[in-house]
Design a protein around this ligand. Structure first.
Ligand SMILES: [Ca+2]
Length: 273
C-alpha cells in the first residue's frame, strides 16, 4: 500500500513578519499573522487510484479480502468500509492515515492484527487543531455481537510524537488493542487523543464509552474534538486518523457485513483571532 501525503491546502505566509508599507502619501505598518493550516489530503474522497483505494489514505485491503470500496458520497464519492471474514476470522474494514502491511507480512495479521497498521503521517501546522469533522452512515451487520455487547463503528484521532530518545528511528505506531494495551513495537506515543464509538442508538459500549449516534440511512455529521488538558495543543510530529467498521476487530470480535460509509473528513482549526 502506498503511504499518503499531507496536502498543503492553505499556505499564505511561512513566518510571522511585520510589513511596513511606505508610500508617497502614507506610512503605515501592519502585522501579518502566519496561517499554515493544511487539510487532510482527499478528505472529500473524490480521488481514487482504483475503486478500492482513495488517494492519500490506507485501507486494510489485501490479497485475501477487500474491506474498503468506493461508494456514493455526499456528494460525489465516499469510502465504504465493511467487516468481512478471512480464514474464518472477523476482519474489520479500516480507513486510516499511514501504511498497511509495511513489512509485507500479511499472515502476522492472523495473530496480531494491529501489527499490520502503521498509523500516522508527518504533519506540521502553525494553527491549532481542535479535532476533526466527517459525514457518516453506519449499519451494523447485527445490533449485538453477543449478549449485550453492541457491534459499533470506531474513529480515533491522535497527535503523536516519538518516545524520548527515539526521534531518529523509523516511525512505528500501531496504536493499541480495544482492550487498551499499546503495541510492543510502538516507538511513538499519543500526546493528544480522542476516540468515539459509533452506533444507531444511544447506549454504552463494552468499554464504558457513550455511543455516538449516526443514522443507518442518511448522512450524519460528526465532530470530535481533542480535550487538551491545559487548553494548549501539545507539540507533535505525526497526525493519525483511523476509522473501523467493527470497533473490536483487533480481537476478532464483530459482525460480518457491518458497514461504515465516510465522506468530507476534515480537520477543524481554531479560528484566527
Ligand atoms: Ca465526496
Amino acid at each position: 500500500m502506498k503511504s499518503g501525503y499531507i496536502w498543503i491546502a492553505v499556505l499564505f505566509f511561512s513566518a510571522t513578519s511585520s510589513v511596513s508599507l511606505r508610500g508617497a502619501f502614507t506610512a503605515r505598518s501592519c502585522n501579518v499573522r502566519p496561517v499554515y493550516e493544511p487539510q487532510i489530503m482527499n478528505g472529500n474522497l473524490e480521488e481514487w487510484t482504483n475503486n478500492k483505494t482513495p488517494v492519500g489514505w490506507s485501507t486494510a485491503n489485501n490479497t485475501f479480502v477487500t474491506t474498503t470500496t468506493r461508494a456514493n458520497g455526499n456528494p460525489g464519492y465516499a469510502a465504504q468500509i465493511k467487516t468481512t471474514s478471512t480464514l474464518g476470522k472477523i476482519a474489520s474494514g479500516a480507513l486510516f492515515l499511514g501504511d498497511f502491511n509495511r513489512r509485507n507480512n500479511i499472515l502476522a495479521g492472523l495473530t496480531d492484527p494491529i501489527s499490520l497498521t502503521f498509523f500516522g503521517l508527518p504533519f506540521k501546522t502553525s494553527g491549532k487543531i481542535l479535532g476533526i469533522q466527517f459525514d457518516a452512515v453506519y449499519t451494523p451487520g447485527k445490533e449485538f455481537i453477543s449478549g449485550n455487547d453492541r457491534e459499533l463503528g470506531f474513529c480515533s484521532i491522535e497527535l503523536l510524537k516519538p518516545k524520548p530518545g527515539r526521534e531518529k528511528e523509523e516511525f512505528v505506531y500501531h496504536g493499541n488493542t480495544s482492550a487498551g494495551v499499546y503495541h510492543k513495537d510502538n516507538m511513538a506515543y499519543p500526546v493528544a487523543q480522542k476516540r468515539i464509538l459509533i452506533g444507531n442508538s444511544e447506549g454504552t459500549a463494552w468499554n464504558g464509552y457513550k455511543i455516538t449516534v449516526v443514522s443507518n440511512t442518511t448522512w450524519t455529521t460528526v465532530q470530535m474534538l481533542f480535550d487538551y488538558p491545559n487548553g494548549e495543543m501539545p507539540d507533535f510530529t505525526h497526525f493519525h486518523v483511523v476509522f473501523a467498521s467493527s470497533a473490536q476487530g483487533d480481537t476478532f470480535r464483530g459482525v460480518k457485513g457491518s458497514t461504515l460509509t465516510l465522506d468530507n473528513i476534515r480537520i477543524i482549526y481554531e479560528e484566527e483571532k
